[in-house]
Write a protein that binds this ligand. Structure first.
Ligand code: GLV
Ligand code: MN
Ligand code: MN
Length: 424
């Protein structure tokens, strides 16, 4: 028995399917990269649905989209949501689940005529993924900073498209949305997301209550040597950045993760220039995605990566530069909010556990300006950032129901404590 209004399961599951059709790939996933035409189409559809229900829609200069339902008082809103952009070969639930579940919460409250104390807003943050335009979580970062960082002026995608041009076109594609400043007071933030890992599925738990997010750093390693003929240049004459890169990667993969089971190191992009089959490359560039729950360990690992890259470059008589281009320190969510989420899970009779998020999320940056927390649901085989990503319908529905219950619990908590942003 729950004391909460029930979400409209059919409507919600159909909506997940409808949005999965926007940017659908033949392999069953989505390609709805940030600020692409597909991303714009998804925003327009969400905006259309919102306006059909009479909700006001806003966008800020970073194209974060907000849908507002008024509350009994005009204090800063409780915000719930996630993102609509995807990886290039992404799944249909990463981001969309949390955004559409948040909208379902709004609609259910509207259907039942339930008045909330605080205004409630749904958000779709811009460019969470960061795979088209780096870094990720641009929308929530700009929101937390209260400004769009100047250095983003120069950001381009790999085809040369400018972030700022695509942003302008995206803003213009929703002329019906009212404008908002970049960042404004909010009372709190909740985000539902798929776990993107295997633990909930393995433990047969429908709900994870996320107590924090591990830290992430993105590094770009540029190794430069000397381009030369592939057939005539003997080993002793080579300054081959590919040899340096291969040695560096071998050492990194045999050191970082094997010696610390909480560490994560991923090389997802590598490029040799000029990229000719019969020329020793002039340079090799690769990215490193480095994660750890502990900030001090991240510092140590980054320093170690620098040393390994320098040593292997020296050995191959090459030069190397390591540039950090994204830094997300780990975050812990406030106990007060977590208690509200646990109460919601108990009252819904959903078995749950507390867990740390291995993936980063917009909640990380939002938590700098307001109390935030997250809810996870299981996904099949723990698979995400993959077109085969799948969430069982009962888990999607449970997640939306849990978001609704948590929204009401947290609303009560925030209204009762009358917090100011960031002070809970
Ligand atoms: C988010 O998409 C992440 O890479 O953690
Ligand atoms: Mn996501
Ligand atoms: Mn993702």
């Amino acid at each position: 028995m729950t004391t909460y209004p029930a979400i409209d399961r059919q409507r919600f599951l159909k909506r997940l399917d409808d949005f999965a059709a926007i940017g659908a790939t033949p392999a069953g996933g989505v390609n709805r990269q940030a600020l692409s035409e597909e991303d714009r189409q998804a925003r327009r559809e969400l905006c259309r649905l919102a306006q059909a229900r009479g909700f006001r829609v806003f966008q800020d200069p970073m194209a974060n989209l907000f849908i507002r339902r008024e509350g009994r008082n005009s204090a800063p809103p409780l915000v719930i949501g996630s993102h609509l952009d995807s990886q290039p070969t992404g799944g249909r639930f990463d981001g969309a689940l949390g955004t559409l579940a948040a909208f379902e919460v709004l609609e259910t409250l509207e259907d039942r005529g339930i008045e909330t104390v605080l205004p409630l807003e749904v958000v779709a943050w811009t460019n969470e993924e960061g795979s088209r335009f780096a870094p990720g979580t641009m929308g929530s970062q700009a929101f937390a900073l209260g400004t769009v960082p100047e250095e983003w002026e120069d950001v381009r995608d790999r085809n040369g498209a400018r972030l700022m041009d695509e942003l302008k076109a995206t803003l213009a594609s929703l002329p019906q949305a009212e404008s908002r400043p970049p960042g404004f007071p909010i009372s709190g933030y909740l985000e539902l997301h798929i776990e993107q890992g295997p633990s909930l599925e393995r433990e047969k738990l429908p709900v994870g209550i996320v107590h924090g997010i591990q830290g992430t750093r993105w590094l770009e390693v540029a190794v430069s040597g000397q381009a030369a003929h592939a057939g005539t240049t003997a080993l002793s004459y080579r300054r081959d950045p590919m040899i340096a890169t291969a040695a560096a990667l071998d050492r990194l993969f045999r050191t970082v993760m094997p010696s610390d089971e909480r560490a994560r190191l991923t090389v997802g992009r590598i490029e040799a220039k000029p990229g000719s089959v019969n020329a020793i490359p002039e340079s090799v560039e690769f990215t490193i995605d480095l994660r750890h729950p502990d900030a001090a360990t991240l510092d140590e690992l980054e320093a170690m990566i620098g040393r390994i890259c320098k040593k292997t470059a020296d050995e191959a008589r090459c030069d190397v530069k390591v540039r950090r281009f994204f830094d997300m320190p780990p975050v812990a969510f406030p106990e007060s909010l977590l208690g509200g989420l646990e109460k919601a899970a108990e009252r819904l009779d959903f078995p749950w556990k507390r867990m740390l998020s291995g993936a980063f999320h917009d909640a990380l940056f939002v938590s700098r300006v307001a109390p935030a927390a997250m809810i996870f649901v299981p996904c099949r085989d723990g698979l995400s950032h993959n077109e085969r990503e799948h969430v069982e319908p009962e888990h999607s529905a449970a997640g939306a129901q849990m978001l609704l219950a948590s929204t009401l619990e947290v609303m009560e908590l925030l209204a009762g404590q009358k917090p100011s942003p960031g002070q809970l």
